[in-house]
Design a protein around this ligand. Structure first.
Ligand SMILES: NC(=O)c1ccc[n+]([C@@H]2O[C@H](COP(=O)([O-])OP(=O)(O)OC[C@H]3O[C@@H](n4cnc5c(N)ncnc54)[C@H](O)[C@@H]3O)[C@@H](O)[C@H]2O)c1
Length: 313
């Protein structure tokens, strides 16, 4: 029997995952109570086929996207379930109980949740089911962003972690397994630290919002698409690597104090005004497309680099 995937919830994240899984060759069953699901599924299938044709792929290498009438029919033959329903700590445990009751006994149940840990979702499930529940947290849009944070609960089995990593890798992702649950996982904790600093710099009149974006795009953003935090420190510390970096720069960085931060409506008013003046009152679809094209170009540049770089000695 072929490896089938169920996507539960076809909003921003579920649609993108369904695209990715079908493009990776899997038959995908999609369920969402939204009334326009049939149109969403037809549109997704057309987009997957068009992308495959643009990359000279054979139709036989592609998966299919089918509409399921219920959670139960979507998961009935699934080896892997990716849940991307609403971020609701009351609803997710109920949805997972429903999924587990109808899915095959060895299926993996992953949630896209950004904040709800697998231990909360699985807390009323029998141990043999809880062992197969895991967080598979993507960055938006998951068909483009390589990272999936794989976050096991204490009850999750190591076999589930391995199978989830293997599945996401088979879809061309670069998943990373966390050793334990932590609120915000890793990507959003890093993002949160930066978000708070960015807002306080604008609130305290140090820089305008678009100029802060310019600083990021033209320095840290570029660097971080090539190397991560620790590799950057190691490369920037001279012959002693990260130890040299910490000796020369790291300690003085640590002494940089925090600026006041006000996340209330009144505190944020000027930040909102600056962002909306720079980028328009509502985010444009064209803006998202430009972002995606730029990210695709960066990914392609990284692929070229990896093809031509010998492995480190
Ligand atoms: N949007 C992001 O940037 C982002 C990034 C990473 C992770 N996530 C996580 O992904 C999940 C989905 O987020 P989203 O942004 O796609 O939300 P969304 O609101 O766009 O989509 C949620 C979808 O779930 C559907 N839904 C409601 N009840 C359902 C049910 N019982 N069964 C199946 N589907 C149901 C809704 O109709 C809707 O289409 C959340 O858990 C969120 O934390 C979101």
């Amino acid at each position: 029997m072929s490896f089938c995937v169920a996507v539960i919830g076809a909003g921003t994240i579920g649609r993108s995952f369904a695209w990715l899984f079908a493009r990776s060759g899997y038959p995908v069953q999609v369920f969402d109570p939204r009334p326009d699901l049939a149109e969403v599924v037809t549109e997704l299938q057309a987009e997957v086929s068009a992308d495959a044709a643009a990359h000279d792929m054979l139709a036989s290498e592609l998966g299919t996207i089918s509409l399921a009438e219920s959670v139960e029919t979507a998961v009935a033959g699934a080896s892997f379930v990716q849940e991307s329903g609403p971020e609701d700590p009351q609803a997710k445990p109920k949805l997972f109980a429903q999924i587990a009751a109808a899915a095959p006994k060895d299926a993996i149940f992953a949630t896209s949740s950004s904040t709800i840990p697998a231990s909360l979702i699985a807390r009323h499930l029998p141990p043999e089911v809880a062992a197969r529940v895991i967080v598979g947290h993507p960055f938006n849009p998951p068909h483009l962003m390589p990272l999936v944070e794989v976050v096991p609960a204490p009850a999750t089995s190591s076999d589930t972690v391995e199978r989830a990593l293997e599945f996401y890798r088979s879809c061309g992702r670069e998943p990373v397994a966390l050793n334990r649950e932590v609120r915000g996982f890793v990507g959003n904790r890093l993002q949160n630290a930066l978000m708070k600093e960015a807002i306080s710099l604008v609130e305290n009149g140090v820089i305008s919002a678009p100029d802060l974006d310019s600083v990021m795009k033209n320095s840290l953003g570029l660097r971080w698409s090539a190397v991560g935090q620790f590799e950057a420190m190691h490369l920037g510390g001279g012959d002693k690597g990260i130890r040299g970096f910490m000796d020369h720069i790291g300690t003085s960085f640590v002494e940089i104090g925090e600026l006041p931060l006000d996340l209330s409506e009144a505190g944020m008013a000027d930040v909102y005004a600056q962002v909306e003046q720079a980028y328009g009152q509502t985010p444009s679809r064209a803006g998202a497309q430009t972002r995606d094209r730029a990210q695709q170009a960066v990914l392609e540049a990284r692929r070229q680099r990896d093809r031509h770089t010998p492995p480190p000695q």
